[in-house]
Design a binder for this molecule. Sequence first.
Ligand code: B12
Length: 474
Amino acid sequence: MAEILLINPPLTSKELYRRGAKATASIIPPLGLASIAAVLEEEGHSVEIIDGIAQNISFSDVVKNAECFEIVGITVLSAFFKRCAELIRAIKKVCKVQIIVGGAHATALPESLLEVGADYVVLGEGELTIKELVNAILTSSHPIENIQGISFKNGGKVIKTKRRPMIENINSLPLPARHLLPMHKYKTSEARANRNPSHSMIVSRGCPGACSFCCKILFGKKIRCRSPENIVEEMFLLKDKYNAKEIAFLDDTFTADFDIVSSVCKLLINNKFDIPWSCEARIDTVDREMLQMMKRAGCDFIAYGVESGSNEVLKSINKKITKKEIERTIRITQEIGIPIRGYFMLGFVGETERQMMDTINFAIKLNVDVASFSLLIPFPGTVDYIRASKEEGYFDPEFYKKVLVPEFNFPDYPIYSPKTVSPERLLTIHKKAYRKYYYRPKIILKEITNIRDFEGLKRIVKGGITLLKNYRKN
Ligand code: B12
C-alpha cells in the first residue's frame, strides 16, 4: 500500500483576487481531489491532501512535504497551470516521487504537463483510472499502456491511451473524503450564502448544454446523477458532522433531471431538513412546478447562466436559449420568491460594444438579486479557446504557461479582448456594467430593506466595499 499526497497548488490571496474581490469570494473544497482520495483510501492506501488555496502553506513547504510520499497527485486547472508546472519541477528536483496529474487543464493539454516533468496524466474522470494506475506503479503487475484514460511519455514519445468510458453509475463512488480537508476554512460566496458555515456539494456529472465558453471535456453531455437518497444523505452529513448552516450545489445544472430534483425535494420535506440550500441551473431546465417544489424544500437561491442580452450572441455561443425564454424563467422564479443570481458575460469572440451594452441593459431589465459580469477567458478545452487563439488569432494559446489567472469578475486587465473592442474599452465597459447595475436607488433600497439580522448587514457592507473597490481601483 502506498503513501499518497494529493495537492491543490498553493496560491496566495494576492494571486487569486483582484479589485476587492477577496471580501466576498468563496473558498471551495477541491471535491475532485477528495473523491480521488476516497477511492484510494477504499483501496487501503494512506492519503493526505494539501489544499494550497484554503490552507496558508508556502510553496517550499508543499515541496518539502512531497518528499515524504511515494506518489504525489496534483489537480490542474488552466488558471493555475503555471504554479502546477513550477511545483512539478521543484518536486522533481528534490525527490524521485511519481507525479500524477488530473483535472480540466491536464485533460485538455496533457503534453503541457508531461513537458514539465509529470509522470502520468489522468484524462477525464479519475476515480477508476487512479486505482489501476497506482496499482500498476506499485506492483508493475499491469502494463501501464493497457490502462485506459492516461497519457505518459515512453522513450521521449507521448503516449495517449484510449479514453475511459464515463462511470455510468456515479452512486457507486464513495462520498468525497472531507475528513482529509480543512473543512473549517471553506465558505460559499457572500453573494450567495447568508449563513456560515456554508458547505458545497456536487451530485451530478455532465451537462446537456454545449456553450462555447465552457470546458466540456471532463464529464460530457449526458447527465449522470447520484440517487436522491444518496444526495440527501450527504446533505445531512454536511449539516450534522460539519455544522453546515447552508448548502450550495455547485453542479453545472442541478435541475437537469426533473424526477431526481422532485425526489430530493420530497425527501428533504419528509425528513424535515431545515437548512436552506442553493443551486445553479440552466434557464431551459426548470419550470413553475419544479421551482415551487424547490422553494418548499428549502431552496433559497438559484444562479442562472444568462450570459448575454443579445439573441445573436446567445446563438453564436451556442447557449440554445433565447431572451424570451430567459425573461420567462426569471419572471416565474421571481413570482415564486427564490432570489436569483444572474451570470452575465462580456467580451465574446466577435461581440460588438453595442451587444455588450444590450447585455448590461438586459440585466437591469431582468432585475435579478445579484448580477455577476465576467469577461470571457478562453480556457483550454473550450470552443472559444480555439476560436480566439486559432481562428481569430487574438489570443496566445501559450498564455497559461506564463500567467496565473485570478478569480473572475474583477480583473485588473482583460485577459482576452475580441478584435471588435480594445482591452481598455472592454475594462471600462466591465466597470460600467457593475456601476450601472448596482448604483441605482431601487437596488440600494431593496438591499437595505432586505436586511434581517447582523449577518445580513455584514454581507451588504462587504458587498458594498467590494463594489466600491472594484469601481475606484484602476
Ligand atoms: C466548483 C468549481 C469551482 C470552484 C472551486 C474549484 C475547485 N477547487 O475545485 C471555484 C468557484 C473557486 C472555481 C473557480 C474557478 N473555476 Co471552476 N469549476 C468548478 C466546477 C463547477 C466544479 C469542480 C468540481 O468539484 N467538480 C467535480 C469533481 C469531481 O471534478 P474535478 O474536480 O474535475 O475532478 C475530477 C477529474 O477532473 C479528475 N481529477 C481532477 N484532479 C485530479 C488530480 C489527480 C491526481 C487525478 C488522478 C485526477 C484528477 O478526477 C476527478 C474525479 O473524477 C467545475 C465544473 C465541473 N463540473 O467540474 C468548474 C471548472 C473546473 N472551473 C473552471 C474555471 C475556468 C474556473 C476559474 C479559472 C474561473 C475564473 N476565471 O475564475 C476559477 C479558478 C479559480 C479558483 N479559485 O479555483 C473550468 C476549468 C477549465 C480549465 N480549462 O481549467 C471548469 C471545468 C468549468 C468549465 N466547465 O469550464 N471553480
